[in-house]
Design a protein around this ligand. Structure first.
Ligand SMILES: Cc1ncc(C[n+]2csc(CCOP(=O)(O)OP(=O)(O)O)c2C)c(N)n1
Ligand SMILES: [Mg+2]
Length: 569
């Protein structure tokens, strides 16, 4: 047997086991050293292999696909800086709890640190961002090694999924020759198990559906705060049902899927800017589920609730408490915990207090609508997207103002579209690639709501859309720079601010669309946006562009907050 045959037998078994553990998708990128790895993934019948030119795109694509599907996704690359390009997606996967399996090709030990080309130190390249690092050896395909590699593939998959999901890194040294000189024998030295089972089965048991007794006594003034949780699509509805049953206001970031039901207070961001109302609406108990929402007024309000019980409910080790105000942590599946709490908390909320929240929320909604009028502003675009998309669609929301405007301006809605975002590390990088990954899951149309800087940053991902024939509707809010920074004190720093922080570029995105074979549709009114969306969904790549102005956008937001304050006083 040649060394290449051994390598390919081992890698074929490895990929077969990945598929048997439930993996359905892998991403590849080109290179020489990675040849056996990439070909083995591409030739595994149980896997769809998505080819990307750019490893950063491949990493974020895999991340978006794993987010949308809940399944682990593998991403393979060649040696050298190619492996480093995966770092941002690995970090986001670690922060956002996404099962990602990173397979980096490497030179064998004798070719490291001796001036061989395209060789860097890849050992533990991603540091503590991965749940486990494994360095493969170069082995003969003996029965012992075949069993080992099959078990290893399973271990890698189960590690990515078990407990708090996250990324795993396997570094794969590959010695030349990198291609086979004869067809690979069909029969394996150690075939896979019968019945399609993985070598090591490990059914992931959902965190106890019967949580231990939970010491959270009801109070007349409880609020529920719900943030991003992309993994349990049923949690949003469960949160809304709990809040309605207990009669407690539900302050839900749309990323939680819980901004719905009679107890939803959609405009908490605007309401809690009013110090008097914020003081008046002081709760006795806060139940926190999911990530902490982005809203600064909400964060400040929670941070200032001295002496109030604040309880987080989370199945894993998340510690979302930058202000250090949490008083108890319940470790359990939030849905199961809420179900267990419902009987005791039912009808315990003070009706007058919930009425007060709801009246304020209605007043805020009216003041916002009156201030925004009929113009297609940035806030209006965010509200339209959440309101207009069908429930089977996914809205992928970029960091910066899109995520904030969705939180501030989206109304409550039954059966909203699914929302996804890269909010583990809040990067603007890789957003287009991650949205494309979500689109490749084939689970309804995907719309990406994104600013111009974030789109320009990841424009190269459109190459993958083209090569892979994927559908994505991009709603581009083009204010020629980072509009978010105009809300910060740095905006007073004149031309240095403009050049180095706001970073205007003057790009003509119609030309970018043309380069990648995408449609480009400028829109000027909410009606045009809705029409363009309806025409674009699920039909290739369309960039729907609305032009706004950064300074006017700040003025508009301030007018909204003033109008809400006036309506509340
Ligand atoms: C990888 C990365 N680099 C830098 C930042 C800092 N950052 C946050 S928002 C932003 C500008 C985004 O501009 P744009 O996408 O046009 O959105 P807008 O602010 O105009 O809504 C930048 C550079 C980041 N979040 N992530
Ligand atoms: Mg912008």
């Amino acid at each position: 047997m040649t060394a290449a045959t051994d390598t390919y037998l081992l890698l074929r078994a490895f990929c077969q086991e990945l598929a048997r553990c439930g993996m359905t998708d892998a991403c590849t990128s080109p290179g020489s050293r990675s040849t056996p790895l990439v070909l083995s993934l591409a030739r595994e019948p149980g896997l769809r292999a998505w080819s990307h030119v750019d490893e950063r795109v491949a990493g974020f694509f895999a991340l978006g696909l794993a987010k949308a599907s809940g399944n682990p996704v593998a991403v393979a690359c060649t040696s050298g800086t190619a492996a480093a390009e995966l770092a941002p997606a690995v970090i986001e996967a670690a922060e956002a709890r996404v099962p990602l399996i990173v397979l980096t090709a490497d030179r064998p030990p004798e070719l490291r640190d001796v001036g061989a080309g395209q060789t860097i130190d890849q050992l533990k390249l991603y540091g503590d961002a991965v749940k486990r690092f494994v360095e493969l050896g170069t082995h003969e395909a003996t029965p012992e090694r075949m069993r080992w590699i099959r078990a290893l593939a399973c271990r890698v998959c189960w590690t990515a999924l078990d407990g708090r999901p996250g990324p795993v890194h396997v570094n794969v040294p590959l010695r030349e020759p990198l291609v086979l000189d004869a067809p690979l024998p069909e029969v394996d030295p150690v075939p896979a198990r019968s019945g399609g089972r993985p070598w090591v089965a490990h059914p992931i048991v959902p965190v106890a559906s019967e949580p231990p007794p939970i010491p959270i006594a009801p109070t007349p003034r409880t609020v529920v705060v719900a943030g991003r949780d992309e993994r349990d699509p049923a949690l949003g509805e469960a949160l809304a049902a709990f809040a309605a049953a207990a009669r407690c206001p539900l302050l839900a970031d749309p990323l939680s899927g819980a901004r719905r039901g009679p107890a939803a207070i959609a405009h908490y961001d605007a309401l809690l800017r009013d110090p008097q109302l914020a003081a008046e609406l002081r709760p006795e108990l806060v139940l926190r589920v999911g990530d902490l929402p982005t809203s600064k007024p909400l964060r400040a309000w929670l941070a200032g609730l001295d002496g109030v019980e604040q309880v987080t409910i989370d199945a894993e080790e998340a510690w979302h408490d930058p202000a250090g105000v949490v008083t108890a942590r319940i470790a359990g599946n939030p849905r199961a915990v809420l179900a267990a709490l419902t009987a005791e908390h039912r009808d315990t909320g003070d009706r007058a207090w919930l009425d007060r929240w709801q009246a304020a929320d209605r007043a805020a909604a009216e003041a916002i609508a009156a201030t925004l009028g009929d113009e297609l502003s940035e806030p209006r675009a965010a509200a339209e997207l959440v309101a207009a998309l069908p429930p089977e669609a996914t809205l992928f929301v970029a960091s910066s103002m899109p995520i904030r405007d969705v939180e501030t301006f989206a109304a409550a809605r039954e059966a909203p579209p699914r929302l996804l975002s890269n909010r583990g590390a809040n990067g603007i990088d890789g957003t287009v690639a991650a949205a494309l990954g979500a689109a490749s899951a084939g689970d309804g149309p995907v719309v990406l709501h994104i600013g111009d800087v974030a789109l320009a940053y990841d424009l190269g991902a459109l190459l993958s859309a083209r090569r892979l024939g994927l559908d994505l509707t991009i709603v581009l809010v083009n204010n020629d720079g980072g509009g978010i920074f105009h809300f910060l004190p740095v905006a007073r720093e004149g031309s240095d601010f403009e050049r180095h922080v706001a970073t205007p570029h003057g790009l003509d995105f119609a030309q970018a669309a043309a380069l990648f074979g995408a449609r480009h549709v400028p829109v000027r009114t909410p009606g045009e946006l809705r029409d363009a969306l309806a025409a674009a969904l699920g039909d290739g790549v369309t960039i729907i562009e609305l032009r706004t102005e950064r300074e006017a956008n700040v003025v508009l937001h301030r007018r909204v907050w003033d109008a809400v304050a006036a309506a509340l006083s």
